[in-house]
Write a protein that binds this ligand. Structure first.
Ligand code: PGA
Length: 249
């Protein structure tokens, strides 16, 4: 059975003290062990947050990772550096990286491989824009995004990875995919993987992301192929993040 996973993506928000307070607030309210849980924090907060969550069930992750192991790549942070600070997960290919910072499918695939080289679990973010959905290209887009990573890393690599399906039109907009729309995409992703490796497909956690809130989480998480969520805005408040966490069934 797949264990649910709920991940917060703090994006570029907070201060040193608010980040610390948020992590502590989540820990204080963390009740029953119903799912895996983690927060992906800005790089500079990683050492401190990793220390706060040390020896607890709350994992810590980064929001990106360099596509190269080391060297003259100004502004990048390597997987080995992240590993040193207790980083368990790294987002790769978030739509904001793809849209604003030019992350191509090939760069995303290289970031995915770098994370895994260091034993960091990549959370591969994929999803279509509104115009792609309107042109009925959702499944083509998802296929292209997955192909790039499978071609570089191999299907076996998905045995130790997470996928987050995040329709771009639902991120930060207040628009959420309906439970059925999300399930349809998740099913497609799982079938894509199953055609290459049945076991990998059955075991991988596929998260939904895009305006998940305490009042819509339960319906989404009840869908058979949705294994939890990647939460942006609503993860910046410990109470709402924990409500979402407690919505897993
Ligand atoms: P949102 O962000 O929950 O604020 O829509 C989700 C994400 O970008 O991961």
């Amino acid at each position: 059975m797949r264990r649910p996973l709920v991940v917060g993506n703090w994006k570029m928000n907070g201060t040193r003290s608010s980040a610390e307070a948020l992590a502590k607030g989540i820990l204080v309210g963390l009740g029953d062990d119903v799912a895996d849980i983690a927060v992906c924090v800005p790089y500079v907060f990683l050492p401190e947050i990793a220390q706060i969550v040390n020896n607890t069930r709350l994992g810590v992750g980064a929001q990106n990772v360099a596509d190269k192991p080391s060297g003259a790549f100004t502004g990048e942070v390597s997987a080995a550096m992240l590993k040193e600070f207790g980083c368990k997960y790294a987002l790769v290919g978030h739509s904001e990286r793809r849209t604003y910072y030019g992350d191509t499918d090939q760069i995303v695939a290289a970031r995915f491989c770098q994370a895994q080289e260091q034993g960091i679990i990549p959370i591969l973010c994929i999803g279509e824009t509104l115009s792609e959905r309107e042109q009925d290209k959702t499944f083509d887009v998802i296929t292209t995004q997955l192909d790039a990573v499978v071609n570089l890393a191999g299907i076996g690599a998905f045995g130790n990875a997470v996928i987050a399906y995040e329709p771009v039109w639902a991120i930060g907009t207040g628009l959420t995919a309906t439970d059925d729309q999300a399930q349809e995409a998740h099913r497609f992703i799982r079938n894509y993987l199953a055609a290459k490796d049945q076991t990998v497909a059955e075991n991988i956690q596929i998260l939904y992301g895009g305006s998940v809130k305490p009042d819509n989480a339960k319906g989404l998480f009840a869908m058979p192929d949705i294994d939890g969520g990647l939460i942006g805005g609503a993860s910046l408040d410990a109470e709402s993040f924990l409500k979402i966490y407690n919505s897993v069934n």
